[in-house]
Design a binder for this molecule. Structure first.
Ligand code: NAD
Ligand code: 6OD
Length: 486
């Protein structure tokens, strides 16, 4: 069993008073780690260390020295690739190939790409006329914001945490990471990497615990934290925003979604089925960008539903490391209960269950895990609960549509605005519809294809701000103008 400690000022430390909590495997419900729960004393210590690091060696590094260190972090993650894969599989139960092809390599990329961004993005400059004819010159400089609180979810823990920590450190800040209580392992392992490559003490800190009345709340309320970047539920974002209002601290939020997939009859049919299968069921549907509402143009509706059903019924359940496993459990029994309650509600509201709708029959100790079947519904009204609320599970409702205007209105009929995936071979239509859907990210004939230089974030209740490329610099630095009278 893992003993997971907080990582403060370069050291792994237990919580004062020895408070700990258990981390259970989503595969079978067995306890796999004992985790130190940080209290106010640990948050104080982490903030103190992070503030001291800003004034110390870290704060004095040149951009080249800092970015070289971040390259080393990325290289060491790659050297310890298998350790990260194993830790993330233990925490989430998701299949090996999801870790090796997507989630862990992205962790390394998040350090390299943002090291490159800070080296290559110029700042603005304006010459201006003045009445004396001599003029003035304005130029902008960027300074780190200070100590950044990074509050993370459990669904792609390493990818999502490093997506914030990479740019924050590249910009010269120090960080205090609060991983989800469900996924403490990879953030802790990253502490070993930081020490190994010589990142100064106090630059990267990790405190474990829960949200309200625990480490998450204490961190977001702490006045020594200059800004908070958060990924998680919209409701939690509201609580963190209230905390950040105290002291007028900046926030960057990546929140929930109820994303639409739009499939036109002129799509490449097989590619569209594969694409919607991934967007609805990858990571057992626990991807914020995932598709829980699918709209299919009427002429191909029945054929599409049947094709997606076949794929959903062909998943291979099992332990992540077992050969041929393509599908994992939900993160926890608590989340399983939530998703199953939506499965019941869909039936209560009159859904046709095309496939799934329950718990798969699995052998041996997997019976104790947080498994649910990939589930497809049709026949629900547009105001049905499972069509409106984010479920964050492996499920989608598929509804036919007849016109472009109709489907745009349906897609936009939600409080959320994170992402859309559109499937069509008509290029004009792709551009037209992409411009009309009210989301932060639209994919055409693809899904979750990421270029880290592009703006990423949500509209409406799916987020505040954009990160990615130069947009990350906007959040992680303070831009200052210098005006020189000539
Ligand atoms: P969550 O909001 O329950 O928890 C996220 C983090 O916030 C955890 O570390 C938790 O301990 C902490 N937290 C909870 N209450 C808090 C409080 N009052 N103060 C401070 N911290 C608190 O989210 P989750 O269940 O871990 O993740 C799933 C959610 O995340 C889904 O809604 C999903 O859509 C969203 N998500 C969004 C994106 C995006 O990019 N938009 C990406 C991934 C996940
Ligand atoms: O790819 C990313 O940078 C990102 N933030 C992905 C979010 C996935 C949500 O589950």
């Amino acid at each position: 069993m893992h003993q997971i400690e907080n990582f403060i000022n370069g050291e792994f430390t237990a919580a004062r008073g020895g408070k700990r909590f258990e981390k259970r495997s989503p595969l079978d419900g067995q306890v796999i780690a004992s985790v130190a729960e940080a209290g106010r004393a640990e948050i104080d210590a982490a903030v103190k260390a992070a503030r001291a690091a800003l004034q110390g060696e870290w704060g004095r590094l040149s951009i080249d020295q800092r970015t070289e260190l971040l390259y080393e972090v990325a290289n060491e993650i790659t050297r310890r690739f298998d350790d990260f894969v194993e830790a993330e599989m233990a925490d989430t139960g998701q299949p090996h190939h999801v870790m090796t092809h997507a989630f862990i390599p992205r962790g390394a990329a998040n350090f390299k790409v943002f090291a490159d961004v800070v080296k290559n993005v110029a700042s603005e400059s304006f010459q201006m006329a003045t009445p004396d004819g001599r003029g003035a010159l304005n130029y902008a400089i960027r300074s780190p914001k200070g100590v950044i609180g990074v509050i993370c979810p459990w669904n792609a823990p390493f990818l999502l945490m490093t997506w914030k920590v990479g740019p924050a450190l590249a910009c010269g800040n120090t960080v205090i990471v609060k991983p989800s209580e469900e996924t403490p392992l990879t953030a802790t392992l990253l502490g070993e990497v930081m020490n190994k490559v010589g990142v100064p003490k106090g630059v990267y800190n990790v405190i474990h615990g829960f949200g309200a009345g625990s480490a998450g709340e204490y961190l977001s309320l702490h006045q020594g934290v200059n800004a908070i970047t958060f990924t998680g539920e919209t409701r939690t974002g509201t609580a963190i925003m209230k905390a950040a209002a105290e002291g007028m601290r900046d926030v960057s939020f990546e929140l929930g979604g109820k994303n639409a997939g739009i499939v036109f009859a002129d799509c490449d049919f097989d590619a569209a089925v594969d694409g919607i299968f991934r967007s609805s069921f990858l990571n057992s549907g626990q991807v914020c960008l995932g598709t829980e509402r699918v709209y299919v143009e009427r002429p191909i509706f029945e054929k599409f539903v049947q094709a997606l059903k076949l794929k959903a019924e062909a998943v291979h359940y099992g332990r992540p490391e077992d050969h041929g496993v393509t599908y994992g459990p939900l993160i926890s029994l608590e989340h399983q209960r939530k998703v199953l309650s939506y499965y019941q509600q869909a039936v209560d509201e009159g859904a046709t269950v095309v496939t799934g709708g329950g718990v798969p029959k699995l052998p041996g100790d997997l019976k104790g895990g947080a498994w649910v079947q990939p589930t497809i519904w049709t026949g629900l009204a547009d105001d049905a609960t499972v069509v409106r609320e984010e479920i964050f599970g492996p499920c989608c409702h598929i509804r036919p549509f007849d016109t472009e205007d109709e489907v745009v209105n349906l897609a936009n009929d939600t409080q959320y605005g994170l992402s859309t995936t559109i499937w069509t071979q008509n290029l004009s239509r792709a551009h037209r519809v992409a411009a009309r859907v009210e989301v932060g990210i639209t994919w055409v004939n693809s899904w979750f294809l990421r270029d880290l230089r592009t703006p990423f974030g949500g509209s409406k209740q799916s987020g505040i701000g954009r990160e990615g490329g130069v947009h990350s610099l906007e959040f992680y630095t303070e831009t200052r103008n210098v005006c020189i009278k000539l």
